[in-house]
Design a protein around this ligand. Structure first.
Ligand SMILES: [Zn+2]
Length: 332
């Protein structure tokens, strides 16, 4: 049994309160390996941004939970060494059972998501409530994110063919019964790097897909029902076309890639949306640079020589997000 405080981590409670009143959103970046973790911490220290390090159940399987926990501890010490102690949260992304959430809480996570969005409403309430009761009764309060509404797209073990928007009429009841600390909603974001089918989009003069806009009307209705309550957006990568082009230039193929435009996320971050999940953009940046280096330097076989440039690019991407999209720069 490890409490997150022993690792130097914090939960989301105070961070969300400040983010909602301050009109910005915290970055929630997924990580599976050392280079991703280093680049996240470098970017967030340099831009003085608080950060949520996210681990999916797929990441736990890939990297081992004990290693990830100790990497989070290492992240805290790394930030300190870099000269600025930013608040760091270790968060389980898309927990799908009470047991998984409990296991994470007992191994040092400061925050968990229980995703009961695929269940019936009543089952979602019951499961989320059970996780909250456990998380909140720990010696050190662990924060819990629930979800209402379903996002389309594919992300690790989570996939759904169809989305349905969050129903504003349900949020007061859900938050009241479960006691969740934050709520993930569905207003048109989507998991993965092909967030919409081409037929859902229009195209610009260059043939690049333009996605349908987010449903800010639903977000506003939800905010009216639960004023100031922390809202979370999943599936919020922008899928930069430069990375897609770089990947395709160096041998990859990513047909019909489309993400959420950054201006829309900036607008959302100014509302009660206080956590924005970004995973695919990091995957794209990393893959683009690895492909580029390996194609341009066919005799290179030292992994540091292709992982290093990928890490530098990731850091640039995360700094940009903190400063220009989320508004979290300078808030730590
Ligand atoms: Zn998600």
């Amino acid at each position: 049994m490890t409490s997150y405080k022993e690792l130097g981590l914090v939960n989301t409670k105070e961070l969300f309160k400040k983010a909602v009143s301050g009109g910005y959103a915290l970055p929630a970046y997924n990580f599976n390996n050392m280079e991703q973790m280093q680049s996240i911490i470098q970017a967030c220290v340099e831009t003085k941004s608080p950060v949520i390090l996210q681990v999916s159940s797929g990441a736990r399987k890939y990297a081992n939970q004990n290693i990830l926990k100790n990497m989070a501890r290492g992240a805290v010490e790394y930030a300190h060494e870099l000269g600025y102690d930013i608040p760091i949260v270790l968060h389980l992304d898309h927990g799908d059972s009470f047991e998984l959430c409990k296991d994470c809480i007992e191994t040092g996570f400061s925050s968990v998501m229980i995703d009961g969005s695929h269940l019936s409403y009543d089952e979602n309430v019951a499961l989320t409530k059970k996780v909250c009761e456990f998380a909140h009764s720990q010696k050190d309060y662990v924060t819990v994110e629930g979800e209402l509404g379903v996002l389309a797209g594919v992300e690790d073990d989570v996939s759904s063919e169809h989305s349905h928007y969050t129903q504003p009429s349900e949020v007061i009841d859900f938050v009241g019964k479960t006691k969740v600390d934050s709520l993930a909603i569905s207003i048109g974001t989507s998991h993965g790097r092909a967030k919409f089918k081409p037929e859902q989009c229009t195209r610009d003069a260059n043939g690049i897909l333009i996605p349908p806009p987010l449903r800010f009307d639903i977000l506003e209705e939800i905010e009216k029902k639960i004023p100031g309550f922390p809202i979370v957006l999943h599936g919020s990568s922008s899928v930069p076309i430069e990375y897609v082009h770089m990947i395709e230039k160096y041998g990859g193929k990513l047909t019909d890639s489309v993400g959420i435009p950054e201006e829309q996320l900036r607008k959302a971050a100014k509302s009660a949306v206080c956590k924005i999940n970004i995973d695919s953009d990091g995957r794209l940046a990393m893959t683009a640079l690895v492909r580029k280096v390996l194609v341009e330097k066919p005799d290179e076989f030292d992994p540091r020589k292709w992982l290093g440039p990928a890490r530098d690019e990731l850091k640039k991407l995360y700094s940009h997000k903190n400063q220009n999209v989320l508004g979290s720069a300078g808030q730590a």
